[in-house]
Design a protein around this ligand. Sequence first.
Ligand SMILES: NC(=O)c1ccc[n+]([C@@H]2O[C@H](COP(=O)([O-])OP(=O)(O)OC[C@H]3O[C@@H](n4cnc5c(N)ncnc54)[C@H](OP(=O)(O)O)[C@@H]3O)[C@@H](O)[C@H]2O)c1
Length: 332
Amino acid sequence: MFGGPYPWSFYRGQWTPLPPAPKGDYLKGKIVVITGATSGIGLEATKEFAKASPEQLILAVRSTDAGEKLLNEIRKLNPKVQGKVMYLDLTELQSVKDFSAAVKEFGRIDLLINNAGINPNFDEGPYVVTKDGYERTFQTNVLSTFLTTALLLPLLKQSSEPKVIFTGSDVHHIAPSDLIEGAIAIGQGIINAYNDESKYRNPTRYYESKQLLQMLSRTLIKRLPTITIINTNPGLAMTNLGREFNIGFSPRAIGGIIWFLLFARSAGKAARCLTTTAAWQGGSQDYWSEGVPAASENTYLYSGKGIRATQLFYDEMLKELEKISPECTTEL
Ligand SMILES: NC(=O)c1ccc[n+]([C@@H]2O[C@H](COP(=O)([O-])OP(=O)(O)OC[C@H]3O[C@@H](n4cnc5c(N)ncnc54)[C@H](OP(=O)(O)O)[C@@H]3O)[C@@H](O)[C@H]2O)c1
């Protein structure tokens, strides 16, 4: 039973002892950008990165006060650390553009960690649209994450060992593909389908966002062979990701809390899924779990339909990015 596929692989993974956090100066001379550094996995990973002697640690955060507080804290861990807090809100495309323009002052980026993300809950919930007109989870977890990467590509290309990490999730294994296939069948476009309120399903939106991120990272691995690209799963972790969950006190909710406490790892342990990728000297990995390269169990993505959808989605995303920031996809 425990040798079986998801969800058994999930339980196996959560019980697998993780490799220790890497030690030493593995970030020496590196300019590192991490999004969502002020909470959960990003916060714990940032504290570890501060110990690894980065040349510069750039905290791309939506609360600059929380970012400055963290920077003061990490200066206690490593008084020599050079850090900078910069504003980035993924629900505002202009903020992504402004951040990417401002970070040019550093001349290059060696490591970009796209960690920020949201989970709108696994129960029913409202369709929320950003002021840019995109469904909020799609924009935060997929569109703005991809835009950040595209806009920082010229700086990554200035590095002798560029690396991009996407924070994915094992729930991409079980993401439904019917929205994608339905959109292709009627020529609606995958992006349009994800922004179509009449097709919005809150319970699976998080899974689907991480599936779309898998599709993008797989394509980027092929398109950008000189950049190490890794999509890492931190595993179920005790963070603030469930901040929008309406838990209540029903027997189901209490069962859910007990299940979570039994299986979730600490944010510090989950952060090892970022620190191990940061220290990794091998090449790109389209999936990384329990601190090591792993195989995705999403059979749709390996199927003919999934491969076609992955290409179509990537092409759509390039066109969308061009509308948002002309000429930002020339190297993609
Ligand atoms: N926890 C899990 O079980 C789990 C499992 C698999 C994957 N993940 C992934 O791990 C990553 C980190 O999540 P976490 O668990 O550490 O959750 P978290 O504690 O909620 O941290 C998420 C971070 O993302 C930032 N963020 C959210 N929306 C943003 C926006 N619009 N613009 C900029 N930053 C934004 C948050 O900023 P604030 O600090 O200002 O709130 C926070 O720092 C996410 O990509 C998540 O999907 C988590």
